[in-house]
Every structure is written in C-alpha cells, then in structure tokens.
Design a protein around this ligand. Structure first.
Ligand code: DON
Length: 318
C-alpha cells in the first residue's frame, strides 16, 4: 500500500485487514433493501437488484474485491468521464466555451436550465453536457465509438468490454428527453453534428458494460496525476486529470454532490445502472455497484459502501 492507513485507531498494514474491512462493509450493505432499480429504460429494469460488488484498486497495483465484482453491468453515466477525456484532448480549452463547469442544482436530465442558459450546459456530467460532448466526438472522430472503446479497453486492460446492444436499443426507444435536450442545444447553435447521429453515440456510450473491478482499474490514473499506475503511461496531463476530479467533486453525484463531498469527501461519479467510482488522489479508486437507486439516481448500497470505506480509512481530501 502506498500510504499508511489508520482505521478505528488501528493501523492497517496487511492486505488481509483491508479484505476483511471490505467484506464487513459489503455484508452490512447487503441488509439495505431501499431504493428502486432504474425503470425508465426497460433493459435496466430487468437487472437482478440483489447484485452487489465492492472493489478497491490501489496505486501500487493491488486490487481488493468483494461480491459480484466480475459481473459486467451497464455503466451508464460513469461513461461520461471517458467521453469527456477524448473531447478535452480534441478541443482543448475551446471546449469550455460550449459547456461550463458549474454544478447544476437540478436533476441530471433536467431541461429548464438549458433554455435559460441559451443552450450551454452547466457541466459535462449532466445529460445535456454529455450530449454536447457526444457532439464533439461525433464531429471530430471518424469512428467515435471505436475511439471510446479503445480508450476504455486500454484503461482497464480488458478487451472484453462492450456496449450492450439491448440497453443501447432500449435507450434509443425511450430517449425522448435526451433528444429534446439535443434539439434545444441545436436550436441555440451549440450542436454541429446530426442530432440522430450524436444521440446514437450518446446512447451507445451509456450502454457500455463493465465489471466493478474493471471500473476501479480504469480510473486509477485520475488518482495518480494522469499516469496509469499499471502501464505507467501518461493518459492525460496532470492539469486535465485535476480538472476532471474537480468536475467530479462538484457535479459527479448529481444533485447529491454536495452531500457526497460533505460525508465522503472524494471526487466521484455514479450511473443509473447502480455503479459508483470514487477517486482517492495518491491512493487509488473505490468502485461499488448495486442496482437499486436512491431518489437522486445514485446506488443506495453503493453510496453506503463508498462512504464507509472512505470514512473507515480516513480518505476525505478535505
Ligand atoms: O441519459 C440517460 O438517461 C441515461 N442513459 C444515463 C443517465 C445516467 O446514468 C444518469 N445517472 N445517474
């Protein structure tokens, strides 16, 4: 482990101690039965709600896992980070003329603010912002889906990552609100590409399917100033990785971001598939998955598990 951890007054040195801690937290999480599986996308409603996984990937290459950590699930909005990474690389600072970096204080799929603010989304983590990012990708890559897929596969070291066809189609069939967001931005001149094409990219990206363990490994570079601790490759500049962490801190957990900062204290992102990734700078990544969601669209068990790991290990950055 790269840093000395104190939990409940006791130093945690051995990997076994951490495994036991995760196991305890997981068992407590399994008693939580509150929340509801996302049902506005029929393919997500069909998922077994009892599934649950918790992973901690540290920067020195150790991975601690409990539960269904190999099961692939729909990462949904967690994928917004991958899209953002590519758009930041392609557009540089110009990107920030088209999407801002402020918390929205609204639900992730809200439409009202976008009209008041003339088609410029508040941040890349709400749907409007991620749809704008999809426009950038579709406009700047000849094969935008392949660009995302090869990024994700290289980050987690798993060639088996794929986008779930059924979820993709299901999102397309029920994506009227997202289509409304895209058309509204187009009416303000903030969308370049064809709306159908960019929505197809957006829905496909949301349908990416990954395991809890893959997710934790993928984002370790954000805890390590942009360098992947496994391949030692510089994935993005230190400045850009700090900027992504800043966005995750203020907007990654939607309208629960403030509470998350208050009670957990690390940059994080959730998705309506029930996944959460939390970046602990200079330490590693905690990822959690369980499909039942609280009223903000964040996994009920996932919130509990990430909070407990962070609190027990004293990981808040504040
Ligand atoms: O756009 C949607 O509705 C979904 N495909 C993604 C939303 C999502 O994961 C929001 N997360 N909490």
């Amino acid at each position: 482990m790269t840093r000395d951890i104190v939990s409940g007054g006791q130093h945690i040195h051995a990997p076994d101690d951490l495994t036991r801690l995760l196991q305890d937290i997981y068992e407590q999480a399994m008693t939580i039965k509150t929340g509801k599986v996302a049902d506005y996308i029929p393919a997500l409603a069909a998922v077994d709600p009892e599934q649950c996984a918790l992973t901690l990937a540290t920067l020195d290459g150790e991975t601690f896992t409990v539960g269904d950590t190999q099961t692939q699930f729909s990462i949904q909005s967690v994928s917004k980070i991958f899209g953002l990474m590519l758009a930041m690389e392609r557009l540089g600072d110009e990107l920030w003329d088209r999407v801002k970096m402020e918390p929205s204080g609204q639900a992730f799929n809200s439409i009202v603010q976008l009209e008041w603010e003339k088609g410029i989304p508040r941040n890349p983590m709400i749907n409007a912002g991620a749809i704008l990012i999809s426009d950038v990708l579709v406009s700047h890559y000849s094969a935008s889906k392949n660009a995302v897929l090869s990024l994700v596969r290289s980050l987690c070291g798993n060639e088996a990552v794929y986008a779930d066809h059924e979820v993709h189609e299901s999102e397309k069939d029920h994506g009227h609100r997202n289509a409304a967001l895209a058309h509204l931005m187009k009416s303000f001149g903030n969308i370049d590409s064809d709306v159908e094409e960019l929505l197809d990219h957006y829905f496909w990206q949301c349908a990416l399917s990954m395991s809890c363990e893959n997710l934790a490994r993928s984002f370790t570079f954000l805890a390590n100033d942009g360098v992947c601790p496994f391949s030692k490759k510089q994935i993005m500049s230190k400045r850009d990785s700090q900027r992504i962490n800043a966005l995750l801190s203020t907007s990654g957990m939607y309208d629960q971001s403030g509470e998350f900062a208050f009670t957990v204290g690390v940059p994080a992102k959730s998705g309506v598939g029930g996944g959460i990734v939390a970046v602990v700078p200079d330490f590693g990544v905690i990822s959690a998955w369980s499909p039942r969601l609280n009223e903000f669209g964040n996994s009920a068990r996932g919130m509990f598990m990430v909070r407990e790991v962070a609190n027990k290990l004293g990981l808040s950055v504040y």
